[in-house]
Design a protein around this ligand. Structure first.
Ligand code: SAH
Ligand code: SF4
Length: 365
C-alpha cells in the first residue's frame, strides 16, 4: 500500500500583499484587512490568529479554520560559545531544516535553508549528503525568520540575510524568490535587498533569471576551483556547467545589474589551495569587479578532507591580493555546535555511507 504524504497546510505566509488583498476581497472584506494581517505577522511577529486584536472575532475564526500562520516549530535551540544560535526547525511533515543567527557588533546576520537536503551533493557539505528530500515553500523559508526572532532578545533586529543554509536556492527558484520579495517588501520584513545574499553553486540559468528580476540582492557564487578537473572533484554532476560558463554568467549578471558578484572559495588541503591554484583563480577573474571570500573548510563527520594550515590560507589570500583581486578570509562561526558553513544537516540520519552519489540517489526515490 502506498503511504500517503501529509497535505501541506495552506499557509498565509505564502501570500503577497496583492494576493492577500484579493483573498479578503473574495471574502467580502475591505482590502485593508490584508495590510492589517501582514503587519501583525511581519512587523509584530504575531503568529496566532486569536491575537490579531483589530480583526473582528468571526473573521479571525474563519481565517483560523482555513489558513495556517506557522506550519513548523522549533525543535531545539543550540547556542555556541561565540553567541551563534542554531535552530532545528521541524516541518509539518516531520522533516527538519536548520537555520542560524550570528550576532555581530550592531545587529544579527541570519542564515536560512531553502531545501530539505540538497540535490547537488558537493563532496564537502553535510547538507547534500542525502540528496534532495524536498523543497521548502516560501512560507517555510519565511517562518525560519519568525523562529529566529522568537529565539533572540526582543527589540533585536536582523540586519543581513544569507541564503546559505541547506539547499541550492536556484533549484527551488520560484519559492525562494517569493520569500525574498516578502523579506524585502515594505509590507513584509522590510529587509533591504542589498542586505540579502543568495548563494548558488553556479546554476547558470538561475543566475540569468535572477539578473532579470530587478532586485538589488547580492549574488554569491560557490566556485571553489579555477579549472574543471579540480571543480569536478568537489562539485559532482555531469550536468555542472564548466567554470568558464559560470564566470561568464557572473560577468553577464554584473553587466546587467551593476551588482558586484562574490565568489566563495572553500579551501581544502591538497585539493584547491596551492599558490598555483590561487594564480589560476586570479587569471580567471582578472579585470572583473568581484570579491572572493575564502572559507577554510569546516569539518564534517565522515569527510576525508581537511582545511589547509594558516600559512597556506594566508599565502592563497596574498597571491590573490598581489594580483589585484579583492579577497578576504571568512571566519566561520558556530563550529562548536555544527552551525558553520556546510555543517547544517537538518537531522541525524545515522552514519552516512559517505558522500557516494549512489547513497543520495537511493534516498531520492
Ligand atoms: N547551495 C548554495 C548555498 C548553500 S551552501 C551554495 O552552494 O552556494 C553555502 C556555502 O557553504 C557555500 O559557499 C558552500 O560551498 C559552503 N560550504 C559547504 N560545505 C562547507 C564546508 N564543509 N566548509 C566550509 N564551507 C562549506
Ligand atoms: Fe548543496 Fe551548496 Fe551544500 Fe553544494 S554546498 S551540497 S550546492 S548546499
Amino acid at each position: 500500500m502506498e503511504m500517503k504524504r501529509p497535505q501541506p497546510p495552506r499557509s498565509f505566509l505564502d501570500l503577497t500583499l496583492l494576493e492577500a488583498e484579493r483573498l479578503f476581497a473574495d471574502m467580502g472584506q475591505p482590502k485593508y484587512r490584508a495590510s492589517q494581517v501582514l503587519s501583525w505577522i511581519f512587523k509584530k511577529h504575531v503568529v496566532r490568529w486569536e491575537d490579531m486584536s483589530n480583526l473582528p472575532a468571526p473573521l479571525r475564526e474563519q481565517l483560523a479554520a482555513q489558513w495556517s500562520l506557522l506550519t513548523s516549530r522549533v525543535e531545539t535551540v543550540q547556542k555556541s560559545a561565540d553567541g551563534t544560535i542554531k535552530l532545528l526547525v521541524k516541518l509539518h511533515d516531520g522533516r527538519a531544516v536548520e537555520c542560524v543567527c550570528i550576532p555581530e557588533e550592531k545587529a544579527n546576520t541570519i542564515c536560512l535553508s531553502t531545501q530539505v537536503g540538497c540535490p547537488v551533493g558537493c563532496r564537502f557539505c553535510a547538507s547534500g549528503r542525502w540528496g534532495l528530500l524536498r523543497n521548502l515553500s516560501a512560507g517555510e523559508i519565511l517562518e525560519q525568520i519568525l523562529h529566529i526572532f522568537s529565539a533572540i532578545p526582543s527589540g533585536e533586529t536582523i540586519r543581513n540575510v544569507v541564503l546559505m543554509g541547506m539547499g541550492e536556492p536556484m533549484r527551488n527558484y520560484d519559492n525562494v524568490l517569493r520569500a525574498v520579495r516578502s523579506m524585502n517588501a515594505p509590507w513584509g520584513f522590510g529587509i533591504g535587498a542589498r542586505r540579502i545574499t543568495l548563494s548558488t553553486v553556479g546554476d547558470v540559468k538561475g543566475i540569468e533569471r535572477l539578473s532579470e528580476e530587478n532586485l538589488q540582492v547580492n549574488l554569491a557564487i560557490s566556485l571553489h576551483a579555477a579549472d574543471d578537473a579540480t571543480r569536478g572533484k568537489i562539485v559532482p554532476g555531469k550536468k555542472m556547467p564548466p567554470v568558464s560558463s559560470v564566470v561568464e554568467a557572473a560577468r553577464d549578471y554584473f553587466a546587467k545589474t551593476r551588482r558586484k558578484v562574490t565568489f566563495e572559495y572553500v579551501l581544502i588541503d591538497g585539493v584547491n589551495s596551492s599558490v598555483l591554484e590561487a594564480r589560476k583563480l586570479a587569471r580567471l577573474l582578472r579585470g572583473f569587479p568581484c570579491f572572493v571570500n575564502l572559507i577554510p573548510l569546516n569539518p564534517v563527520e565522515g569527510l576525508p578532507w581537511n582545511p589547509p594550515d594558516k600559512k597556506t590560507v594566508r599565502g592563497f589570500l596574498s597571491q590573490l591580493e598581489q594580483s589585484g583581486i579583492p579577497a578576504a578570509i571568512r571566519a566561520s562561526r558556530g563550529g562548536d555546535i555544527a552551525a558553520a558553513c556546510g555543517q547544517l544537516a537538518g537531522e541525524k540520519r545515522g552514519r552516512s555511507p559517505v558522500f557516494s552519489r549512489s547513497a543520495s540517489e537511493k534516498n531520492r526515490n
